[in-house]
Design a protein around this ligand. Structure first.
Ligand code: ADE
Ligand code: ZN
Length: 334
């Protein structure tokens, strides 16, 4: 049975989305021209072709950080975020929690006072312009270390009223969550929610560490929990949600063997709280997927895991439940 139309109509929440990963080749080339930035692509098609296949997380990250070089002005960050919000709304997303990578901009000489107001204005105008709500999650790049993360948190202090939480992203190998215990503790004291990418390219030990050392409210990806039955039991008991991104995992080839079988197991054989998300939708348009946005992720998952319409509806509800919306707003959506 074709569930595509059912998925499109489902009200959804998106909880794992890097706004820089929603930079479509068209907008990247337009911003390159507008800002007189040189990119190594002759045209939009060449830029798209460069994203057609990745061999690893790092292989993707190299292109992802390069793509951001066109983002220079407050308007650029508004345009990027607004374009994502329009697309998400068109796919039935009613609430989204958007990650951004301050260090990737600060390190290019783009200050907080430039990128943040652009992101924030798009989020603020989202209900009126697109009919959905949004919030912002500030990610620390783990490969830049804990000292840099603490510095970013300090720089973010004037903007904290517009930030719902902090995350931890970029290369997982060699940078365990425990390195960031101190800065996450500080973030918690500042009233911020906490999450971390873990169990994407790393193993279950990173998920344990994210939960125990960083006290995370959600685990981003986390599919590698399946390698540790005790961890699965702990996730079932605590109901700390995983923000799973099927097409990202597929495109980055993060699991040896069958990803489809892993996802089927996670959804059908466990009671772990799972949510469905797109991660970097402008980069993960796998040939089998029909685009990398959230509905394509639901469709892929429905196919590989053999999900019914009611299971899909439960997944969508799980997204709202695991969101940082207050209880009243959650009930309005579910
Ligand atoms: N930054 C953007 N997407 C990411 C991913 N899937 N894993 C780690 N860092 C990221
Ligand atoms: Zn991610």
């Amino acid at each position: 049975r074709d569930l595509t139309a059912f998925i499109a109509r489902l009200p959804k929440a998106e909880l794992h989305l890097h706004v820089e990963g929603s930079l479509e080749p068209e907008l990247m080339m337009a911003l390159a021209a507008r800002n007189h930035v040189t990119v190594p692509y002759a045209d939009v098609q060449a830029a798209r072709d460069a994203r057609a296949s990745f061999t690893s997380l790092q292989d993707f990250l190299n292109l992802y950080y390069e793509g951001m070089s066109v983002l220079l002005t407050e308007q650029d960050f508004f345009d990027l975020t607004d374009a994502y919000l329009a697309r998400a709304a068109s796919e039935g997303v009613r609430h989204t929690e958007i990650m951004f990578d301050p260090q990737a901009h600060l390190n290019r000489g783009v200050p907080f006072s430039t990128f943040f107001p652009g992101l924030q204005r798009a989020v603020e105008e989202a209900p009126a312009r697109h009919g959905l709500t949004a919030s912002l999650i500030m990610c620390f790049m783990r490969d830049l270390g804990a000292e840099s993360a603490a510095d970013v948190l300090q720089q973010a202090v004037p903007y904290l009223q517009h930030i719902s939480g902090v995350g931890l992203d970029s290369a997982e190998h060699g940078y365990p969550p425990s390195l960031f215990t101190e800065v996450f503790k500080k973030a918690g004291e500042l009233g911020l929610k906490r999450m971390a990418h873990a169990g994407e390219e790393g193993g279950p030990e990173n998920i344990w560490s994210a939960m125990k050392d960083l006290q995370v409210d959600r685990v981003d990806h986390g599919v590698r929990c399946l390698d540790d039955p005790q961890l699965v039991a702990h996730l079932e008991e605590t109901q700390v949600a995983l923000t799973v991104c099927p097409l990202s995992n597929l495109c980055l080839q993060v699991y040896p063997g069958s990803l489809g079988e892993k996802l089927r197991q996670l959804l059908q054989d466990t009671k772990v709280a799972v949510t469905v998300n797109s991660d970097d939708p402008a980069y993960f348009f796998h040939a089998d997927s029909g685009g990398g946005y959230v509905n394509a992720n639901y469709t892929y998952l429905a196919n590989v895991a053999g999900l019914s319409a009611s299971q899909l509806a439960q997944l969508a509800a799980a997204g709202f439940r695991a969101s940082f919306l207050d209880d009243v707003a959650k009930r309005q959506h579910i």
